[in-house]
Design a protein. Structure first.
Length: 195
């Protein structure tokens, strides 16, 4: 497919109207994909592409989100450090691919930062993840972010904060039938009851 092309939004002048143009498709090298970026656009993902960060794979957001979850659950600090650097440019956006939503990048950054011993950074990212989820009006992600944050607070001995966050997660989820979140809520509540 030597003549394959991709569309990219291009701004020819500051504050101009972007228009789509054709460019040569990315070229695969030994361990990298080289993309000549000559575009700038308005969405965060387009800004990343314009800065040279480009992933030509629709499943990339899901893959990196799952890798992050696995790194955290297995305690793999080396992978967590690498994933933190990969995700950092995507802070402030929601990772998704098609109909699969992986939540706010800030939540994954917070989980990775907890594993790496950076609780202050993690608390900031958890707060951003909750605010982002509330802005999206997503009760599922609001509850999940609060429960993840509650667990980290509990692990650090901050039981009052953990209790508050758990109650806020319960309120966010409301009457939704969310078995995984219900199990997570029950686990945190059981641990709180034992303190």
């Amino acid at each position: 497919m030597a003549d394959a092309t991709i569309h990219a939004a291009v701004l020819h002048e500051l504050r101009g109207v972007p228009r789509y143009e054709l460019f040569p498709a990315p070229v695969a090298g030994d361990d990298v994909v080289e993309v000549e970026v000559a575009a700038a656009a308005l969405k965060p993902s387009d800004r990343l592409a314009a800065s040279g960060v480009h992933y030509d794979d629709v499943d990339w957001p899901v893959a990196v989100a799952l890798w992050s979850e696995v790194a955290v659950r297995t305690g793999d600090r080396r992978a967590a450090a690498q994933l933190l650097e990969i995700l950092r440019p995507h802070d402030g956006i929601r990772l998704s691919s098609g109909t699969v939503g992986c939540g706010p990048t800030a939540r994954l950054l917070a989980l990775l930062e907890i594993l790496l011993g950076r609780p202050v950074d993690a608390d900031q990212h958890f707060a951003e993840a909750v605010a982002f989820s509330e802005h999206l009006m997503s009760p599922v992600w609001t509850a999940r972010c609060r429960l993840d944050w509650a667990q980290t607070q509990l692990d650090r001995g901050q039981t009052a904060d953990a209790h508050r966050l758990t109650e806020e997660a319960d309120a966010a989820a409301g009457e939704l039938d969310l078995p995984a979140l219900c199990r997570q809520w029950t686990t945190v509540r059981d641990e709180l009851d034992q303190t």
